[in-house]
Design a protein around this ligand. Structure first.
Ligand SMILES: [Zn+2]
Length: 168
């Protein structure tokens, strides 16, 4: 009975997740996506959670040694971790890793089976300390409106609407 109640409570809070994305972060995603119209690119989403609200304040790009292919890409992980550490420190340890963003050139902005596995792995990983991984997907073109996904529980990510904000 307790377990059932817990499940219901978490589902209630999940349905009210609000996503805020800094206009500058969205602009960076659009610019980077535009550089690779026929190959995948992406990076990290940085920000913070406050209850059931999440604010994406910054994005990290793919990095100089990333490998871009039509249906996959491998980020320059070391470079990304350096950017993450810089932003984390500069923000007074508030802004941290929330999840990833990437493009689907010519494809729908929905998580692939591999994307879903990635989100489950992030949720499991103690290192990322991320219970509700976010994923932003841009497709089919670099100028398509990004779609935001979150995996608070279960196997299938849910699509969330988002609001663009100015971070001063
Ligand atoms: Zn994908």
């Amino acid at each position: 009975m307790d377990r059932l109640r817990t499940g219901k409570a978490s589902e209630l809070s999940e349905s009210s997740i609000a996503v805020w994305i800094a206009a500058s972060a969205l602009e960076e995603i659009r610019t980077e996506a535009g550089r690779w119209p026929h190959q995948e690119t992406g990076g990290m989403l940085l920000g913070y959670w406050a209850g059931v609200e999440v604010v994406v304040t910054d994005v990290v790009g793919p990095g100089p040694c990333a490998v871009h292919k039509p249906a996959s890409f491998s980020p320059d992980h070391d470079w990304q971790l350096e950017r993450l550490a810089e932003t984390y420190t500069a923000s007074g340890r508030v802004v941290t890793y929330l999840g990833d963003w990437h493009t689907h050139p010519g494809g729908a902005p929905a998580p692939s089976a591999r994307d879903r596995r990635t989100m489950r792995r992030i949720r499991r990983s103690g290192r990322a300390r991320q219970r509700r991984p976010l994923m932003v997907i841009v497709g089919p073109t670099p100028s398509s409106t990004p779609k935001v996904w979150c995996l608070p529980s279960g196997t299938f990510p849910r699509a969330l609407s988002f609001t663009e904000i100015e971070v001063i």
